[in-house]
Design a protein around this ligand. Sequence first.
Ligand code: SAH
Length: 222
Amino acid sequence: MTDYKAVKEQLINHYRRRGYVKDEKAFNAFMLVPREKFIPEKMASSAYLDHPLPLMNTGQTISAPHMTLMILDYLELAPGQRILEIGAGSGYQAALIAAIVAADEAPGHVYSIEIVPKLVEFAKKNLTRAGFNNSVTVIEGDGTLGYEDKAPYDRVILTAAGPTVPPPLIIQLRIDGCLVMPLGRPGLWQQMTRYRKINDTELIEEKLSSVAFVPLRGKYGV
Ligand code: SAH
């Protein structure tokens, strides 16, 4: 079995030097979650190249490692939080989040919705073999409608790009919570944007960085 510890540490040092990621919790999660278990076995040697990888032959992609760690920073995660993710894909981002919110017996949990049935199965299988099936639940459906059963959420993260924030996701967000999404039309770039819910009618918007994500489908997608 290949030991990826050294190559992971190299990436972390690079991100630290460049100031890409600031929260040590993100680095700990990166060390803990085996990215090689979230991609097809024949691609395992590419697991720690710093670029996106194809998700089966669905046209979807698993984000580059630096992006997945920046998302952990953007979400301001803490043990015990309840998280909603839209776009489970491989399940890797959900596992990274779970490594923080459900660390050391903390009661946090990640609910991750995926619209492509084949990827629902893929994510579930990967999460089980990586040991995160107790802290992440994958649900098949249109994530732009949210997942009312477990609302409200402390954090909501969309890993696909849409033109506006889907209204059900704001309703299902806890007051003082935040939602992070790539905002914009499909094409080259979108703006990673964070919304803080101040009360039932007010959101504060913050632009974070330029990103390139696959399109958000569904009722409030593109
Ligand atoms: N977070 C994933 C990568 C996501 S790629 C990972 O760590 O691997 C974006 C994913 O969003 C794709 O799997 C795509 O099928 C899914 N998606 C797009 N629109 C969706 C919607 N409305 N509801 C749920 N999933 C959606």
